[in-house]
Ligand binder design. Structure first.
Ligand code: SF4
Length: 267
């Protein structure tokens, strides 16, 4: 019996399928719960702090204001299951907050928020490509000095190495494609702001790069459809296994995928 298809693809789902088809299946088709991750939760917190910062009038977007926004974001998240689920003790929580503060401070090395002209934040965009829905959330959409659209995506994890250059740029083209489809205009610039380094990866999308994204995403969708039809999602061990919530059920580590349903009760 064929497995049900996921309802949409996002940049992270595309990356997840390419990284390991079995983990993609557990997460996106079986919808098994995953253990909360401190890195992902820190990312949520920092994204929220920067979103709050850009709600301030331009002259008020100072470092002090950003740190106050971080405090506010922490208060908002205090009872959030994502944060509570980490089970941090006082010392770990202090380290978590300090790490988040470092990321906010480093953001200021990448741009001066007082000079940015945002026109939208946390924008959910969807576009159809054949039978597939592509979906992504744009952290921030700005206008540049010439009235062009600029897409900004904050990254709180590590900068991918050269070996993953294609996948990091894949995200750029994905956002450019969504903008073109939804707003009718290709952005003049897409920037990925890696706060931990800090480093900005900036690209100027072209008609060709957006078309290439459409072709590559269609090919991945066909591979997902094939895997669902044949119920064939294979493990692909890599360093990512160290953080995988499904390792105990992964045949690459002697586990039984059929037992993974246990996680539904545990989550
Ligand atoms: S442990 Fe590794 S190979 Fe197995 S499902 Fe997770 S990511 Fe894939």
């Amino acid at each position: 019996m064929a497995l049900p298809l996921p309802t949409s693809l996002s940049p992270s789902k595309v990356a997840s399928f390419k990284d390991c088809a079995l983990a993609f299946r557990f997460s996106n088709i079986d919808r098994l719960p995953e253990a909360p991750s401190a890195a992902a939760t820190k990312g949520t917190l920092v994204h929220r702090a920067l979103e709050l910062l850009f709600c301030e009038p331009a002259p008020g977007r100072t470092l002090d204001a950003a740190l106050a926004c971080l405090e506010r974001a922490r208060t908002e998240m205090a009872t959030d299951p994502e944060l509570v689920g980490l089970g941090l003790d006082a010392a770990a929580e202090a380290a978590f907050a300090a790490d988040a503060e470092v990321l906010v401070r480093k953001y200021f090395a990448l741009e001066d928020p007082r000079t940015v002209h945002p026109i939208g934040m946390e924008l959910l965009m969807e576009a159809r490509v054949g039978s597939l829905t592509l979906r992504g959330i744009i952290d921030r959409l700005d206008l540049d000095a010439d009235g062009g659209l600029v897409v900004t995506d904050y990254k709180t994890g590590r900068v991918p190495g050269v070996a993953h250059e294609q996948s990091r740029l894949g995200g750029v083209h994905f956002y450019a494609f969504l903008c073109e489809r939804v707003l009718g205009r290709r952005p003049s610039r897409v920037q990925l702001l890696y706060l931990s380094q800090p480093v900005a990866i900036v690209a100027e999308p072209s008609a060709q790069s957006v078309r290439g994204l459409e072709q590559r995403t269609t090919a991945i969708w066909e591979a997902v459809e094939r895997a669902c039809a044949e119920e064939d999602f294979r493990p692909r061990p890599s360093e990512l296994c160290n953080w995988c919530s499904f390792r105990d059920y992964c045949p690459a580590f002697g586990g039984d995928p059929a037992r993974a349903r246990e996680l539904v009760g545990a989550g």
